[in-house]
Write a protein that binds this ligand. Structure first.
Ligand code: SAH
Ligand code: SF4
Length: 426
């Protein structure tokens, strides 16, 4: 979500005749787009802004701005405005369209400009994005979240759930397809609940069926799905829709029903396993990945072992694993029995040991098979090697000419590791 917001910011700035640079010393404007989901990310931001004091001393024309979820938190705003006075512009997640005005205001007055409120603003359909790749793109389908999982800051920083009108989404995707885009990733905090704020009856599955009809789009991905809202209508699409990628990212967070309840996730381990069974019976080749939180307040050895058991039962190909991070203002922050960091780290290692063999097992099934790969870029370590992704989202390295970037090609896999595959172009 943040990456795509940065692409929008870049589009707005290009409209003001800014050009991007990788060299901070050359910049007239530096913007930090922040994430508030975990504390470690916030701490990094403070460290990096601090380092900019020197640049600001050397170049008094340099403008420094911070935006994103972190800025929607009052506590952060207080820290930035008192301890990091060299920051010139502060704006929230809903105010990207106002950036030209904010920069002008700062340049006119020389005073710190802050623009944050407007929490549940109407969706602005006039912002486009400077996309990193022409052949694959993110597309927002909804904003905000109504779920209030007890550990999560997102509903407080991104406001209430609102869905974009299908016509606007389809129009955006048609335009992308016309300019060579082959793969789209639909973005929302809970895409399975797409459509609930629309006046008419139109579901996430309806949206996917309409996108499927767009010529030029070859791959449809989405994130993130909430287990409590996933519908049979959506699961059934995995049976025979070629464009829908063989990948489902379905965050489970924990395998303990006690934890799931405390997290306010509104499903049980049994509900989750039922969904997985359905999906796998419809599409046995599907890659299933997840998010897991380790050390939610009150998590006992028994609770954690239930997570390990669930991981073994599902056999996730990979997972984003997070040490629980206290987010002030959320219900879990004031729960007693916070888990010690040492215990969290030790559980993290045990989870990795259980998870990794499944990733390798999934990849081993691809050995000696020919897979379709969307070629993304030249490898960072070797200019003769290209990298791209399979339908199931696995990273593949193979030797070929860079003119193939952006194409869908066939690659025969001849070596597999836990996180990557290697092969030859066929
Ligand atoms: N809307 C998505 C996820 C958004 S945040 C969903 O519900 O699936 C991405 C992931 O960050 C979450 O799935 C969760 O695993 C993790 N996360 C969120 N808040 C966290 C916290 N306070 N500490 C640790 N991990 C957290
Ligand atoms: Fe956060 Fe839960 Fe909403 Fe995801 S569904 S953004 S984890 S509150």
């Amino acid at each position: 979500m943040n990456e795509h917001d940065s692409e929008k910011i870049s589009w707005v700035l290009e409209g003001m005749n800014y050009e991007s640079t990788d060299i901070s010393e050359e910049a007239d404007l530096i913007i930090f787009n922040t994430c508030a989901v975990r504390k470690t990310a916030e701490e990094k931001v403070y460290g990096q802004i601090g380092e900019l004091k020197r640049l600001k001393r050397e170049n008094s024309n340099l403008v420094i701005a911070i935006c994103g979820c972190m800025m929607q938190r009052e506590e952060v705003l207080e820290i930035v405005t008192t301890k990091h006075r060299h920051v010139d512009i502060i704006f929230g997640t809903n105010n990207i369209h106002k950036l030209p005005q904010l920069i002008n205001n700062y340049e006119k007055t020389g005073k710190t400009v802050i623009d944050i409120v407007e929490e549940n603003r109407e969706i602005d359909e006039n912002i486009e994005a400077n996309r990193k790749y022409s052949f694959k793109s993110y597309v927002n389908i909804m904003y905000g979240c109504n779920n209030f999982c007890t550990y999560c800051i997102v509903p407080y920083t991104r406001g209430r759930e609102r869905s974009r009108e299908p016509e606007n989404i389809l129009e955006e995707i048609k335009k992308l397809a016309e300019t060579g885009c082959k793969e789209i990733t639909l973005l929302g905090q809970n895409v399975n609940s797409y459509g609930k704020t629309l006046e008419r009856d139109y579901s996430f599955a309806d949206l996917i069926k309409d996108i499927d009809k767009i010529d030029g789009i070859e791959r449809i991905r989405f994130m993130t799905s909430h287990p409590k809202d996933i519908s049979d209508e959506l699961i059934n699409l995995y049976a025979n829709m070629d464009k829908l990628c063989d990948h489902l990212h379905l965050p489970v967070q924990s395998g303990s029903n006690r934890m799931l309840k405390l997290m306010n996730r509104k499903y049980t381990k049994e509900d989750y396993l039922k969904i997985i069974d359905k999906v796998k019976s419809i599409n046995p080749n599907i890659s299933i990945t997840t998010d897991i939180i380790i050390g939610f307040p009150g998590e006992t050895e028994e609770d954690f072992n239930e997570t390990l058991e669930l991981v073994k039962e599902v056999g996730f190909d990979s997972a984003y694993t997070f040490l629980y991070s206290i987010r002030e203002g959320t219900p879990a922050a004031s729960m007693e029995e916070q888990v010690d960091n040492k215990v969290k780290n030790e559980r993290f290692q045990r989870l990795m040991d259980v998870l990794h063999p499944f990733g390798l097992e999934f990849n081993e099934k691809l050995l000696n098979k020919t897979v379709k790969v969307l070629v993304e870029e030249v490898s960072k370590n070797n200019e003769k090697i290209l990298s791209g992704r399979t339908d199931s989202g696995k990273l593949v390295h193979f030797e070929a000419d860079e003119s193939l970037i952006g194409e869908l090609v066939d690659v025969k896999i001849n070596s597999v590791k836990t996180f990557t595959l290697e092969g030859v172009l066929v």
